[in-house]
Design a protein around this ligand. Sequence first.
Ligand code: DCP
Ligand code: MG
Length: 632
Amino acid sequence: MEATSDGDRPWQSYHTVYTNAKAGMEGVDKENVQKIIYELSKGSKYFENEKRKEAIIKQKMDNLRTHHAKLTEKEISHFQMIADNRILELEASRDLSKIWLHIDMDAFYAAVETLENPSLKGKPLAVGSMSMICTASYEARKYGVRAAMPGFIACKLCPDLIFVPINFEKYTYYSELTRNVFSKYDPDFMATSLDEAYLDISDTCRQRGIGCEEVAAELRNTIFQETGLTCSVGVAPNRMLAKVCSDINKPNGQFILPNNYNAVVTFISSLPIRKVGGIGKVTEQILRDVLGINTCADMLQKRAVLYALFHQCSTDFFLSVGLGLGGTDTPQPMMRKSISNERTFSATNDESILFQKLADIAETLSKDMQKECLLGRTLTLKLKTASFEVRTRATSLQKFVNSKEDILIYASKLLRAELPISLRLIGLRMSHFHDDKHSPLDPMQKTLTSFLTIGDVAPIADKSTGFDTGDVQLIPNTGSDVSSFSYESCDFLETNQLSVPDYVAVSHGNQAESLNECPKTQNKYESSEKTSDVSNLLDRKRVASGSRIIEPYWAEGYICSACGIEVPASFPEERREHLDFHLAEVLQKEEESRSLLRSFPHRESGRKKHKSSRSHGKCIPIDSFFVKDESL
Ligand code: DCP
Ligand code: MG
C-alpha cells in the first residue's frame, strides 16, 4: 500500500485478502490483480481501513526488529533452553495413532449451481452479487476472481464473468447429502462449514482392513455418486495436517500423509507457513519479514527468538506447527449459547429506516427463538457504522423473553442511546437462555442454586466511563458468564483464532482468569472447530499449570470475542484476516507495555530478569482488548 521506491507502482505492496491466492489461482498475474484492486478501491473506506491496518503492522514490525536487535547472546541462550524444554513437552504429546481425513468440496456453491444448470459448465462463474461474491469457479479463478471479492472488482478482472445469485437452500440440501455419506465413515464427523468436515477414519480403516488411501478414494467416489459434485481430501495423523493436505491436490484430488514420524517431519520441513490454518497474512508477514521464517521448520530453528519476542501461547503454537502437531481428539458436542440475526444495508442515518430494520430483525429473531423454544434475557445490539466501526451494546432484561414486542422494546432502547448515527448493519443477539431445570422465568425470583452459582445479574455500570447507564450497558468483558464456559469442551487453539497466536495476556486479576476459558459452541454442525489444532492437550496443560491466557476466539462459533464482529466459519480467509488485525493491535500494545517496563527497570528482579520481564510484558490491560460484548 505504501509507495514503493520507484513511487509509480503503489499497488505493488497492496496486499489485501483479495490478492491472496486460493486453489486454482496459481498462474494468476498477481501484480495485475493488485493493480486493479488498488485502483478500484483507492479512496474507499475499505482502502482507508487497509491503510490503517498496515500502519499498525508496520509499526509493530519496526518495534519487533528493534527488540530483536537488542537481544543479547545470553538472552538468546536462555530462551533457547526454555524452547528446547517446551519442544520436549510438546513432542511427548504427539499422537500418531489416529487417521484424520479432511474433506473440502470443490468450488462448492459454484459447483452446485453448475450441476443444476449444466450450461454453466466450463465457464467463468461467480456466486454472489456486484457487492460481494461467495465463490468462483476454477475457470474464473484463473483471472484472479475469488471468494469475498466485491463483484465489481471481479468484473474488471474477468469481463465475461457470469453471476449467479446465492441460494442457500440448494447448498444446504447438497451439504446434507454429503453429510449422509460422511456419517458412514465417521458417525462423529466434525463439520466445520457447509462444505468441509473432519472425519476420524481410524476405526473404518481398522474394521474394514483397508488403507486410508482406499478409504479416501472410495469416499470421494461415493460423494460424487450421491451428489454429482467433486471434492478434495487430505489424510494425516491430525486435523491440522489433514487440512493442509486436502488443499494439495485440489480440485478433485487427494493427498495422503502417512502416520509416521519421519513422514510428518519431512512434510512439515518445507511447508510454507501460510499453508497452515491460523497463519494469516499478518502473521506470515511478521514472521517472514522480521525473522526470516518461511517454512514450518524455520519455526523450530528460530525457536529462541520466537520465545524471546512472543508470548508463550504464541510460541506454543509456532513450535507445534514446526513439529507438525495438531488435534487428534474428537471434541464433545456443544450446546447453543446464543442466537442472532443481522441485516446489512446501504449506510443510512434515517431513523425511521433504522428502526424499521430493527423491527424486522427483532421479528426474525423472535421467530427463530420460538422455533427452538428458547427464552433469553441478555440482548446484544450490534451495529456497524458507515465507517465500518463495529459496536456492540448489551442489556440484561427483567425477564426471559422471546416475543418480537419484548425484544423490540429493549433493542429500541439500546439503539436510541446511539442516535444520531449512520449505520450499514444492525444485528441482535439473544443469550443467557432460560434453563427449565435451574432458573425461574422471572430471574428476580432466584433459586438458591442460581443465587449461589450465577451471582447477581443486575445492570452493570459502564466501567469505561464510570457512568451508571441503567439497563443500557456497555457490559464489561469480565466474562460474567463464566459458569457456561468450559475449557474441556473447547479447543480454543483450534478455532481459527490461532491466526492471532499472540493475542495473549497474562493478568493477575479476575478478568483474565475468567476469560481463560472458552465458550462451548452451538452444535456439531456449527462447531467452530476448523483448522490448526495444537489440540486439547496444550489447553489442558495450560489449565493444569494455572497459566492465565486470553486469546480471541470465535465465541458461539462465529462471534469474535475481541470485538463482537460475526464471521461465520464459511469465511475462513476473512476470519484469518480479522483476527490478524487484532494480532497487530495487540502486538503493538504489548510492545508499548514492554517499552513502559523498560523505562521502569527497578520492577525487574536481577536474577529472574528474563522470566519476569517476559511475564510483566504480558500484563496488557484487559479492557483494551475486549469491547463490551456480553458473550464473553
Ligand atoms: N464462502 C463464502 N464466502 C467466503 C468463502 C466461502 O460464502 N468468503 C462459501 C462459498 C464456497 C463455500 O463457502 O463455495 C466453501 O468455501 P471454500 O473456501 O471451501 O471454497 P470453495 O468450496 O468454493 O472452493 P475450494 O474449496 O475448491 O477452494
Ligand atoms: Mg470448498
